[in-house]
Write a protein that binds this ligand. Sequence first.
Ligand code: HCB
Length: 216
Amino acid sequence: MSQQLYADLADAIIEGEEERVVSLVRQGLDQGVAPLDMIQHGLSRGMNVVGERFSCGEFFLPHLVMAGNAMKAALTLLEPALRAGGVARPVAGVVVLGTVAGDIHEIGKSLVGTMLIAEGFVVHDLGVDVPAERFVAAVRDTGANLVGLSALLTTTMQQQRHVIEALTEAGLRQQVKVMVGGAPVSPQWAQEIGADGYAEDAVGAAALARRLVAPL
Ligand code: HCB
């Protein structure tokens, strides 16, 4: 039965049907389907199809907007359950998180933030289109020991390198680990720019964060 729900969720995202997405998510929650399974097997699969159709010219910007809005509505409903699913643990670390300058994709970054909170991290989410200097200032102000950088565009990936350089110039690089992610980002890219790790999705990001940051 869950398989049908996942297929319906993906389809509703592809069609950009926000109300249907919300109703399906409610149905899943009522039936006890795990929120993460709905995200990974349904919603994110739909988002990937939207991206592919956009790439080949079958979909246009309004399709991205509608799918993005539907996904955000779904995550708003799922967030309390995702947070509650985290095991109560001592504070694992302090994270400064954001989507880099020039990039307004927020959904994946926010999902990473939710998973990190569920894992016991204190998260300072700086939002989207965040310049390097704001990451530096936030690390200084919060005493963070982890920075999470999201970039969804090939053109904005370079900003991840720029943030790492800015942290180094500010004398803060020894204090923080840096993890990077986003659709065009890869482990090779992480290595090339001197990041400490790459995560493919929010679950991977939470696991990576735990590995990178020793409990306080
Ligand atoms: Co956007 N867009 N978009 N978009 N968009 C992408 C990213 C393309 C890949 C679509 C495509 O062509 N196939 C493409 C980028 C191509 C490229 O550069 N390689 C693209 C483009 C081109 C554009 C515009 C330039 C379109 C235009 O205006 N002509 C424009 C750019 C605006 C800008 O940023 N300056 C644009 C705009 C938009 C919106 C605003 C309409 C909308 C975003 C809405 C919002 O966020 N509020 C949007 C959307 C929705 C997408 C797609 C369809 C989905 C992105 C998404 O939310 N995925 C996307 C296609 C795709 O990615 N497959 C497309 C779901 C989340 C859950 O996955 O990958 O974001 P995620 O995050 C994961 C993962 O990467 C990892 O964990 C997350 C959770 O599992 N992760 C991290 C992410 N950050 C991490 C940080 C860490 O430290 C660790 C892990």
